[in-house]
Each structure stands twice: as C-alpha cells, then as structure tokens.
Ligand binder design. Sequence first.
Ligand SMILES: [Mn+2]
Length: 296
Amino acid sequence: MRSICIIGVPLDLGQSRRGVDMGPSAIRYAGLDRRLERLGCSIRDCGNVEIRVRDTLPQEGGLAFMPAVVEACERVYAAGARAVDEGDVPLFLGGDHSIALGTVTAAATGGDRTGVIWIDAHGDFNTPETSPSGNLHGMPLAALTGRGAPELTELIRPGRKVADEDVVVIGVRDLDPLEREGLRESGIAVYTMREIDRRGIGAVAEEAVAKLAHLPRVHVSLDMDSLDPREAPGVGTPVPGGLSYREAHLLMETIADGVRVGSIDVVEINPILDERNRTAQLAIELVLSGLGKSIL
Ligand SMILES: [Mn+2]
C-alpha cells in the first residue's frame, strides 16, 4: 500500500495575483484525503509549511520576494525530504510554482537520478535576466537545472538538482522570447500543445514517459494552467488552448503506468478566480490518475 504524505504550501510570493495561497485549503476541502484512501493509499496530512504572509513584506513583489521564497522553499525541502526518508510519497499542494524549487530538491535528495515531468502552459525557464516580470514562479525549472540566480540554483545544495536529459515538459504554449531561446538551447524535451494537437496526447505521453522509465524515481509537477481555462478556470495565469479534461487524464494515467512516481506537486490553483472549486476538484482527480487510479 502506498503511503502518501500531504504537505500544504500556501505560497503566493512567486507571482502577482492574490489567492493562490488558498490552494491547499481548496484541495483539502474538495476531499483529497477521502479520495486517496478510497484508492487504497494510506494518508498522513503533515499540515502546511509555514510561509510569510505577503502583506507583511515589502510591496514591490517580483524579485524583491526572493529571500522570502528561498526561506519558504528551504522549509518545503525539509518537509519533503523527511517524507522521502520515511518512505512516503510526498504530495505537495501549492501555492504558486516557485514551490517546486523545494519540492523537486526534496524529490532528488536520494542521490540517484530523479526524473521530472513538468506539465505546464509555460516553460518556467526564465532567469532574472530573461524574465519580463521578475516573477519567481516563472523561474523554477531553469534554477533546478542549474540556470539563473545563485540564490535559487544554490538552494539547499550547490548546482543543478536534475539533469536536462531527465526532464520532460508537456503542454507548453506560452514562452517569453528569451526564455524560448534558453529552452531551445538546453536540449530539454519539450512537448508543446502544437505537438499534442498534431500527434495526439497518447503518442506524446508515451514517448515522454519512455524517456524517464529507466529512472528510479520521477517527480510530477502539475501546473493546473496546463489545462484549458475552460476546464480549469481557477488559475492565476490562464492561457487558451490547453489540455482537455480527457487529455490531462490520459497523460496522468500514462505517467502512472510508465514511470515510478515518487512525488507530486500540484500548483497554481487560485480559489478566488475559480468557479465553485472545480479546479481543485479536477486537480484531485488528476492526482488520483497519476497515482494509478484507472477506469477498469
Ligand atoms: Mn508553472
């Protein structure tokens, strides 16, 4: 039986919209623990990581929040690494995507190579030099692969946390110009919406997953803005033309079948922008598929 450790991360300092700090409450309220138990998992809710309240910080935002985000991600790392040490699967509830600096570093704490499946409308591959906004939730994947501000790349331990060849990005449709250049040069496997439209999500998901099938553990980072805003309206940075309900499920099911899922984060749910909590409900369903729930 799989043992899941739920870790809430109510962090909203990586972007400018208010409300994403309520994501952990929204997902818990939608019945996460009950649904996981019904799947046959044993559940431990480890509560929330302590995060600074935005209103107590300087109002500039963007890069000015870097110290607070670093401090938060050190705590996310500590909670996640403890869960990994104890043999649990950490399930992190965001919060904005900057929490992945902590979640992926915790996932990769074992020393072996850790794969990352990054499901997102965006590349999250900016650095302070390339980012038009300075928002830190647009930088975690760059930092985790060793690019960008030293405060981020040196978090917990110096150097990259995951190798470029162990990362796949799926669902991308909105890149900043310099971010796009960086991502192309990196050689990271990126499956854009165009490719999903052309080849179908089944073929794309199987190819992406096969790249990481040999790794001892894979972290799944699910940004809910990867979905089409018609399916998931409660996100801070919606982009039209995203994954449909069924495409997202098939992707998560293919992940569950094809790699060893060792940890998951689900991020960017903004209950203020949502409709009756449906984005949180959908997030739970997708997490269940990623943990092996199947129709038959
Ligand atoms: Mn993201």
